[in-house]
Unconditional design. Structure first.
Length: 202
C-alpha cells in the first residue's frame, strides 16, 4: 500500500510540474548572452575592422510568450564613449570623428520595430546621436537552436552622417592607403548581433 501511495504521489507532482511549466514559463534573453559587433572597412579590397561597445544597456519584455514577441520588445542604449576596437588610438579617433560632430554625441538608442523569425527578417529603429534611421536585418537561426544572429548594414553618408564620414576618412587616410597606393575608407558599416533566448520559469 505504501508503494502505491508513493507512485501516486510521484505522478501527482510530475503533473503539477508540467502544469507549472505551461503556466509560468516565459521567453527571455539571459544576461550576458548577447554580443554586438560593428565592422568598418578600409582599402580598395574592403578589409574589415571589427569592434564593439563595452557599455550597452537593453530592456526586454520578460513576459513574452513567443520568440517574435520577445525580440519586438527589445530597446537599447549604447554609450558611444565605450567604443572598443582593440586599439585605443583608433577608438579615440572613432569617438572624436564619428560621434563627436553629432547633435547628441554620447549615445545611440534604438528599438526593434519588427521581427519575424519564420521569414528571417527584422527592422531596428536607430537614433545615432540625433541621426535617425531604419535598418533592415537578416535573421538566421539553426533548426532546433535558440541562438539567433541578425546582420544589417548602414551607410554613413546615406543616413546623414557625411560630416562624420569625411572627418574619419581624412584622419585615417595614411592608415587606409593600401598596396595599390589608394586611400579608401568605405561608407558602409555592418552591424551583427549574436544572442540566445531561453524559456524561463519562475
Amino acid at each position: 500500500m505504501r508503494e502505491l501511495t508513493t507512485i501516486f504521489a510521484a505522478i501527482f507532482f510530475s503533473l503539477s510540474a508540467v502544469v507549472a511549466w505551461g503556466a509560468d514559463c516565459r521567453m527571455e534573453i539571459p544576461s550576458g548572452k548577447s554580443k554586438l559587433t560593428w565592422t568598418g572597412y578600409k582599402f580598395t579590397e574592403k578589409l574589415g575592422v571589427n569592434g564593439s561597445f563595452d557599455i550597452i544597456q537593453f530592456e526586454q519584455n520578460k513576459k513574452a510568450t513567443s520568440v517574435d514577441e520577445l525580440f519586438r520588445s527589445i530597446s537599447f542604449t549604447i554609450d558611444t564613449a565605450s567604443i572598443n576596437s582593440g586599439d585605443p588610438g583608433r577608438d579615440k579617433k572613432l569617438a572624436l570623428y564619428i560621434f563627436g560632430p553629432l547633435k547628441i554625441p554620447g549615445q545611440i538608442t534604438g528599438k526593434v520595430a519588427a521581427f519575424d523569425m519564420a521569414r528571417g527578417t527584422a527592422t531596428a529603429e536607430l537614433d545615432i546621436g540625433g541621426t535617425k534611421t531604419s535598418v533592415p536585418f537578416k535573421v538566421t537561426s539553426a533548426k532546433g537552436s535558440q541562438k539567433v544572429k541578425v546582420v544589417g548594414e548602414i551607410d554613413l553618408v546615406k543616413i546623414g552622417m557625411k560630416r562624420s564620414y569625411d572627418l574619419i576618412a581624412a584622419a585615417c587616410k595614411p592608415l587606409h592607403t593600401g598596396a595599390d597606393g589608394k586611400a579608401k575608407t568605405w561608407t558602409t558599416v555592418t552591424l551583427t548581433v549574436e544572442t540566445e533566448y531561453a524559456k524561463a520559469c519562475h
